[in-house]
Design a protein around this ligand. Structure first.
Ligand SMILES: N[C@H](CCC[C@H](N)C(=O)O)C(=O)O
Length: 276
């Protein structure tokens, strides 16, 4: 059968987006890996599946699959592409939509200037909520990786993040430490590893080694988690410009109990169909 899709990206974090409402989609982890392969398939960091909501008060359901075939709870750059996709595909005429994810409802809003703001929900900070194995809750936790120990702040945006502060993201050991953090035994569901350089109280540079995908050019939930971590550490104010290798995001967070707001672009590269 033929599968129609759009190839999209949010700051170079790239996606295959599939309408699961007007077409029947059954994708196994093995098929997802094949489709995500940049030589043998289409190639993507994540595949995003659009479905009808379970709760009628919401507009859509949003399922996210890493290119290793794993299904995950949240994707920030994907959320911006999601609202652009359902608008372009005329699945909605709303500018702000309520979207169910595996861990809560997010609200992307499509602005007339083409940028998208997403209410990413309230971050969860307790170790058990990440999940992270620890003696208790703290702003930072020492994490032994190989012969080193790094201090991480753990944050869940629905998906798990471990954020450390580095002097310079360009020289940060992302390739070496990223996989060790991602699969560290204290993260039972693995984790996305963020490497944050504090430029000033309103600006950071960020690289993320993503769970199930490796380092990406940008990570939306990673940017949210990094800003939350920096504010928790007392090093950032509530509005932060986040420089990723793929471009810039604006993140706002009013503190514990408040939602994180993310603003950035989304691009449709091409549409296509593939025999599956
Ligand atoms: N790799 C992530 C999912 C994609 C998140 C990222 N692409 C974003 O923009 O938030 C995880 O396993 O939790």
């Amino acid at each position: 059968m033929k599968l129609k899709f759009s190839k999209m990206h949010g700051l170079g974090n790239d996606f295959v987006v599939v309408d699961g409402i007007r077409q029947t989609v059954g994708l196994t982890p093995e098929r997802l890996r094949q489709l995500g392969d940049r030589h043998l398939g289409i190639g993507f960091d994540q595949l995003l599946l659009v479905e009808a909501p379970h709760d009628g008060t919401n507009d859509f359901r949003y399922r996210i699959f890493n290119n290793d075939g794993s299904e995950v709870e949240q994707c920030g750059n994907g959320a911006r592409c999601f609202v652009k996709f359902v608008t372009e595909q005329k699945l909605t005429n709303k500018r702000a939509i309520r979207v169910e994810t595996a861990k809560g409802v997010i609200v992307p809003e499509y602005h007339s200037n083409g940028l998208i703001t997403v209410d990413m929900g309230v971050p969860r900070l307790k170790s058990l909520e990440i999940p992270f194995i620890a003696d208790g809750d703290a702003i930072t936790h020492p994490l032994a990786i190989g012969d080193d120990s790094i201090d991480v702040t753990v944050v869940s945006m629905g998906n798990p993040h471990a954020v450390c502060v580095v002097n310079n993201v360009d020289s940060a050991p992302v390739a070496q430490q990223g996989p060790l953090v991602e699969s560290h035994p204290r993260f039972p569901e693995k984790v996305n590893a963020g490497f944050m350089q504090i430029v000033n109280r309103g600006e950071i540079r960020l690289r993320v080694y993503e769970r199930g995908a490796g380092e990406t050019l940008a990570c939306g939930t990673g940017a949210c988690a990094a800003v939350v971590a920096g504010i928790q550490r007392g090093q950032l104010d509530s509005r932060v410009l986040v420089h990723t290798r793929g471009g810039d995001l604006n993140i706002e967070w009013g503190g514990p109990g408040h939602p994180v707001k993310m603003t950035g672009p989304a691009v449709t590269v091409f549409t296509g169909e593939i025999e599956i």
